[in-house]
Design a protein around this ligand. Sequence first.
Ligand SMILES: [Zn+2]
Length: 700
Amino acid sequence: MKKILFCALSILLTIACNQSTNMTNNPLLQEFNTPFQTPPFDLIKAAHYKPAFMEAMKQHRAEIDAIINNPQAPTFENCIIPLDHSGLLLEGVSNIFFNLLEADRNNVLQAIAMEMMPLLSEHSDNIRMDPQLFDKIKAVYEQREQLALDPLALRALQKFYNDFVRNGANLNPPEKARMMEINAELATLSLQFGDHLIKETNDFQMVVDNISDLAGLPEANITAAAEEAKAAGLEGKWLFTPKKPSWIPFLQYAQNRTLRDQLYKGYYLRGDRNNGNDNKALIQKMVNLRLEKANLLGYPTYASYVIANNMAATPQNVYEFLHRLWTPALKVAKQELAAMQTIADREGADFKLELADWWYYAEKLRKEKYDLDESETRPYLQLEQVRDGMFYVANKLYGITFEKRTDIPLYHPDVETFEVKEADGTHLAILYLDYAVRPGKSAGAWCTGFRNYLKTEESEILPLVSIVCNFPRPIDNNPVLLSWDETTTLFHEFGHALHGFFTRGDYRRIAGDIPHDMVELPSQIMENWAGEPQVLKAYAKHHQTGAVMPDALIQKIANSSLFNQGFMMVEYVAASLLDLDWYTLTDSFSGDVNAFEQTSMDKIGLIKEIIPRYRSTYFSHVFDGGYSAGYYVYRWAEVLDSDAFDAFKLSGDLFNKELAAKFRKYILAEGGYDDPMEQYKRFRGQAPSEESLLKKRGLK
Ligand SMILES: [Zn+2]
């Protein structure tokens, strides 16, 4: 999973450092005397964080108290503007600290995080639930019609008001008390759900005694299973678990059909074994509590409460959207099944394929039709060339340029920095690139910011954006050669970075504020350019010979993206619909969780050879992971990126300047200025359609 820290965190440090003379030796509390006022990582020590956090929270609280204690009647100027500008120092310190915690963690930072997190969360809860602050905001909100606010000011006001209302600020005291009980209970249930799932994942073991049962499995997986066994005190045997790096290769390669079935059951029965770690009763409670919460806030279902804040707007829109993907995907999945059955029959199988057979025969089908060998592509995907390839795309689209800097303080010597400039040479942003895997770095890849764009009355402060990956480290002086997946990951994160460079806005509350189901549009659209033959020819050059990637290899990359797409879309959409079915319940649920799931799947005609990508009892995204009624967002964003990219292709110019200018303005710079669908239409000239995605994935 690619993380999105970029939109979750924001910052601004420099303008908030004018007081606290007793802390003048703390670089986090002083103006940064560095190029572009970048964080002085060479001066910041671990001991500086806690005092900086404490001072920053104190200042933030004082800013809020000044709003509350202002004796004048609340106005947009004396309430909303100072609220929008409050907490800048805290954001600045938080962004530096939490970015380093992810990218360069050590025990000292970890201990500081453990100490500060509860304090930070209490601090923010106290502000978000402050009734006096809400009374002021509400007073301004209720006079909004008379205030002659411009549309952006009005939108910022609405956003602040909604933030409080969605937290229950408008409820009467008994309702508020009930809301707090519900939140507390949900927090506990979420922890239990996650805890059960960890135990279920750890408890299941499939121990293999005889190596002949591992026939077909690659050597590396056999070795890994032997090591797992050894670690568990079972030396000389092989241990398999319901963790993905263990079960997926086993299902793909192991010839032993009985064991494949046994291991897959170990995976998909988690939380559903009627033991002490069963999640079914928790699901019942959580679904009911979320419904009650939505009802308290005036929504008929929990899904309508969640989706009201998204681009999709209503659960009905999401249902219709998912069904438009479902029908063609199911058709292709059935074709894939038939093709696999043909292979099985040819190999003399005397059975119809079942659940645990899909991976095994899909792998055979992949070898026959879509084989892409990483060792063929890597020599053409040298890290620096891929980086220059994404710079090239950004330059062709937006005219921006990238100049390497060697004078900016770094938090680790692995990092390199670039100054990003507009076409006319003016400064736009600083980009940090931190590629290599190392101890202390979290897994995955993400884009984040040390500072976001901020406009004040006096000045504009430009962003500091950072991309962090876990690519292989260079060994000796050998070049780093990326896989195709790593290449698209870099383009993906760079799309978030472009969003960071270009974001504008007079109000922090709406600058860059795009909803959950749109946030991956800027990133995913860049992956499309990465794979275009015209673009590959510009950057994918052999690291030794300089030869451009051959057409046959480019074609293989394109073909490989069509593999198993019916299955993948079906299991994804099935899970999304299951999520939505749970959260569109209008009455308290007291039935059987598995029966509910079965009815939900029967309704859409899911074939018995496929189960949803997540069954309810281990559907962490929607029960303990913050994606309740929101699992659909990944494909929603993919529809947007495919449709948006299609506009470029249909224009006959992959780098169409006019379209790029519109994309930059309406999506990247001003995405938070208006209703997201309206902004999208201003770029595209029409609402998005699923056609491009279905075609791209070979489903139509
Ligand atoms: Zn992303």
